[in-house]
Design a protein around this ligand. Structure first.
Ligand SMILES: [Zn+2]
Ligand SMILES: [Zn+2]
Length: 103
């Protein structure tokens, strides 16, 4: 979001930028990925293959997990157990990357 604000400097004002992002979010075009207390805006699953992220608490590195058929299945099953048909979900894993684990 900070990047976006920097990039749009002189093109649109901050308020319009936030309004537009909010609108896109409501339309389901983008989604907010929370990393701790910060978040980043990413194109929604409509455009990108659905995936989850692991983020490092040490250096902030974010890795996309793409191999997750089992998680998807499990989430559907859990939702079904509560009588729900799962439409969407968010799952973020936080931890330490190999580099930060060594420190
Ligand atoms: Zn790290
Ligand atoms: Zn998923």
């Amino acid at each position: 979001m900070h990047d976006l604000a920097q990039r749009s400097k002189g093109v649109v004002d901050r308020a319009s930028l936030y309004r537009t992002v909010h609108l896109f979010e409501q339309l389901g075009l983008v989604q907010r990925i929370y990393i701790g207390w910060k978040y980043k805006i990413e194109l929604s699953d409509i455009f990108t293959h659905h995936h989850h992220h692991i983020s490092c608490l040490g250096c902030g590195k974010v890795v996309a997990m793409t191999e997750e058929a089992e998680i998807e299945q499990l989430i559907s099953q859990l939702a079904a157990r509560h009588g729900f048909t799962a439409q969407s979900h968010q799952l973020e894993v936080r931890g330490y990357c190999p580099l930060c684990s060594q420190r």
